[in-house]
Design a protein around this ligand. Structure first.
Ligand code: ATP
Length: 236
């Protein structure tokens, strides 16, 4: 199905004609045109190998696209990214508290100059994500699900304007998953823009505003309600 791109009046990021092939000639993405709006909750869907992680890495600047351009209409430092795997952070010789605060490293200020407000917000995040009891533990000694919650707190402590998450609920139990979605919805209500790679169809139905479905190229890009109708049609 060919979709017209939704208009971009309040775009914070705009992708134009993005294509990417890796050194082994695998074509991961072809001619992607996409925009992310201020206040959006955009879910990026696609099957394994469809190019989701490649696209996210291009958006956050970790991967240079073979073709096309990305335009940023917000400060790049206002973008926070929670990747699928963060081995280096999850194995750091540091406490949970230190790892969370390191998400707010002001590049111009020494480590000890954290403002009181940042520490207060870090404490709130510890509570919201139910990891307050872990604050003094070494992150390397936590379970996979606990580490993910710590890394989410780390990616939020700088109060980003855009949060990009790649499969954020991997390894979380039912309660932790529900808590995480509730927190994201709350932050989105307060103005945080969200781009989330997800396989969780229920979460997409419940929380997303817009949906982009890719399989190297864009298969669908539009409102969640329209996507839902298309899904229903397909299943009839
Ligand atoms: N570093 C790499 N070098 C070569 N090919 C790669 C590399 N990373 C990804 N690919 C290939 O690019 C294509 C897109 O991969 P990508 O990881 O972006 O997909 P994905 O949609 O995120 O998949 P998944 O849902 O399984 O995480 C796949 O065919 C993959 O094998």
């Amino acid at each position: 199905m060919k979709c017209e791109p939704i208009p971009c009046p309040n775009a914070i990021i705009e992708l134009k004609n993005i294509s990417h092939h890796y050194a082994n000639h695998i074509q991961a993405l072809h001619d992607i045109n996409l925009c992310l709006h201020q206040g959006d909750y955009l879910c990026l869907l696609g099957s394994n190998g469809a190019g989701k992680s490649s696209l996210v890495k291009i958006i956050v600047g970790l991967l240079e696209p073979s073709e096309g351009s990305v335009s940023y209409y917000i400060d790049r430092y206002a973008i926070s990214y929670l990747p699928q795997e963060s081995y280096h952070l999850a194995s750091m010789p540091a406490s949970v508290w230190e790892v969370i605060l390191s998400g707010n490293q002001d590049r111009r200020a020494p480590y000890f100059l954290y403002k009181r407000g940042v520490k207060q917000y870090a404490k709130e995040l510890l509570e919201d994500l139910n990891i307050g009891h872990l604050a003094d533990r070494q992150i390397s000694q936590l379970s996979g699900g606990q580490k993910r919650r710590v890394l989410l707190a780390r990616s939020l402590v700088s109060k980003p304007k855009l949060l990009i998450l790649d499969e954020p609920t991997t390894g979380l139990d039912t309660q932790a998953t529900a808590d995480l979605y509730a927190l994201l919805a709350q932050l989105n209500d307060k103005g945080l823009s969200i781009l989330m790679v997800s396989h969780d169809q229920d979460a997409v139905r419940k929380y997303a505003k817009n949906v982009v479905l890719i399989d190297k190229t864009i298969q669908f890009f539009g409102s969640k309600h329209f996507w839902h109708l298309k899904e229903q049609e397909k299943n009839q």
